[in-house]
Design a protein around this ligand. Sequence first.
Ligand code: XMP
Length: 519
Amino acid sequence: MSWQTSGDFDKVAILDLGSQYTQLIARRIRELKVYSEIFDNTLTVDEIREMSPSGIVLSGGPNSVYQFGSPEIDTEIFELGIPILGICYGMQLIGKVFGVGITAANNREYGKTELTVTKPESALYAGLNPDLICWMSHGDITPVLPAGFIATSHTLNTPVASFENVERRAYGVQFHPEVTHTPWGKDLLSNFLYRICKAEPKWQMTDFIERNVIEIRQRVGSAKVICGLSGGVDSFVTAAIVDKAIGKQLECVFVDHGMMRLDEADEVEQAFNEHFQSKLIRVDASDRFLSKLDGETEPERKRKIIGEEFIRVFEGEAVKLENIRYLAQGTSYPDVIESSGIGLHAHVIKSHHNVGGLPERMNLELIEPLRDLFKDEIRALAVELGLPDAIAYRPPFPGPGLGIRIIGDVTRERIAILQHADAIIREEIIAANLYDGRTRAFGVLPAIKTTGVTGDARAYGYPIVIRAVTSDDEMTADWTRVPYAVLDQIANRVLNEVVGVVRTVLDITSKPPGTIEWE
Ligand code: XMP
């Protein structure tokens, strides 16, 4: 076992004991500019000695340390003299290693909890207020201190909410410093890194890019890599890294299904041509997609048709290319979670993120440089790579595009109307400074006709729904309180400028119970 990088900076090893937050720990440490990597809990003391990390973090985990078969660590790592921080389950494991019986707590603690720091002189709490709010999620507690340890904080139901043995360089916290619900958690982690591990904040995103570039070059050799571009930030950044590594050995295929936003396909092509050494294969497949969708109104069927056709077109291009051995994909950490079944659109999103059975059918190996990263880290990479803001900060856009924002049968006429109205909505929201990483707006076209008056005559036309949402994580969203003046401007422009639209309406549904998209 070794680090994925050989860079000359401090590195922290995280031993994964099964917590849903393990990736978050890695990310927080990286945010503090110290390189961190997640390893299996079975790493041996010899492997760790060889890797020589500046610090070790034991993650939380869903089990109880005294359950049969619950994850363990090589206890000899405590002999290495490397600082170790145990979080939740990780703390209980430290307790177990040092010989303490852990029992089920009488009162389980979940959620926001008041914490009192009893040893403010502890390096872990340096500079922090002794009265804090932390995030707890546990059923077990450490009732008696292991020999040589001192308690450094408590909560109402947890007499030992954190402990330490400075001589053995072992620290444990029962709460979760990595989640944002523990607002000062990052300060605690920075104390662990800088004060206890004496790590220096030297790591940066450019190191991530450099490491991947070197790795991809070594792995690929003289073979070729294919990558499907969707216009989204994930596939663009993936392609940009591969392009940096192997230039013209990369073949990028951009399947234009004709249902992107106004001018978006051209913008993607332009951004590509300005930033890449390799050439883009742009396939205008809108006829194929639209004829397959003809008459289809059922949303899940539409999604499926678009997904399948995408794979077919992509595959059709791939077989024309020679010497392709690898498929580069922009799989990110949230995709990995979604693919494992969590999330509302799990199956749908998955079918758009990876091109079906292509890797097996064509015997391709996967390159997925973004697998461990969160969306905002990917956006930071995009900026680092010099990609335009339109790509770096592009809001999520569904793979099936306007195909699922037209409610009903998808036709060229309806696509053109929606593209135009949607562009106006976004323009005005941007002009009003409402558009940022959390808030976005778009149009929806329900394919029903409603009455209006144009000139002196009655006219039938479509309604356009103005959908603006504010969301942190896509799992929940609030409808955005767009000021009346901005809504008025949007409505006026859409009704005056977009032929075929006679009515505008505002969607004031939050998620849940609604979804962000209409279909
Ligand atoms: P919902 O509508 O479920 O959307 O609140 C959550 C996020 O997922 C996107 N989304 C999709 N992405 N294929 C995709 O690739 C789809 O079929 C799809 N449906 C929704 C949506 O835009 C939002 O960001």
